[in-house]
Design a protein around this ligand. Sequence first.
Ligand code: C2E
Ligand code: CA
Ligand code: CA
Ligand code: CA
Length: 272
Amino acid sequence: AKGRARGLCVGYAREMDERYIASRRLKADLRQTLLDRGLTTMFQPMYTPDGRHIECCEALVRWTHPERGPVSPDVFIRMAEDMGVVSTITAFVLEQACRECMRWPGQTSVSVNLSAHDLRSRAIVDLVAETLALTGLSSSRLHLEVTESCLMDEPLAAGALLAELRTMGVTIAVDDFGTGFSSLAYLDTLPLDVVKIDRSFVRNVTSDGRRLKLLKGTVNLVRALGLDVVVEGVETEEQLAVIVENGAADLVQGFVFSRPLPPDQALALMQR
Ligand code: C2E
Ligand code: CA
Ligand code: CA
Ligand code: CA
């Protein structure tokens, strides 16, 4: 029995080694991809609830690994944060997003995700100013998304940076709202414009009256503070109908209207 236990340990250790080597390789591959500017960006529209207008598109980064195929951004963004190179991704996506937005009709805006690391340094303010100047995009058409957890990291410092960005005319959105356990007081004290309600509020909204009350109450609270509401992750016509009947969103983002699209397809949709 001893021998067998040792065998299991060795097997486990080998598996750990393999996983470690795989993650080290993946990190090396990501580093090379960043040098080659080999990431791409997709765009997912946010619609008015009636589905008639696209007001904004969210930029979502993509990495297709030559052997493994697509790697989830949830995975490689975390890797990039560990490696201390996430600001390279932010800069890349920001530039792509602003360039694409310049081609879009009217005042359609573009929304870019920031990582917690981006809110720890003033460099983000300079990066945004430089990218707007480089691409010629009006600051009024740029939105930045920050999660509750990146705000709670260092609320005062983050608040000061967001205030500067907002003074430049950029719109600030809280992403994944309702997934953290943070107090809601920050909604009133931080310089914010938009709240993106997480898709967990949408799930079961058609079958569970309590979920609907939670969504409606949250939307009312956010609106009472003068903020706009985007509801994320709306997948079905039934969910959309409930949201429309209850006036529970200013904008809707989700598979019911569109998946994230390559730049040319997103543009074509906006030109229709
Ligand atoms: P997120 O910012 O909450 O982005 C929304 C995610 O939900 C996207 O996943 C999108 O494809 C997905 N989604 C959209 N509509 C629906 C729907 O109706 N149902 C479901 N189930 N999912 C939907 P994606 O593209 O895989 O991105 C995952 C996360 O990776 C993002 O979550 C964001 O946190 C991060 N991310 C993506 N791009 C960037 C980026 O450029 N910079 C940073 N810092 N993070 C990024
Ligand atoms: Ca987002
Ligand atoms: Ca989100
Ligand atoms: Ca997220």
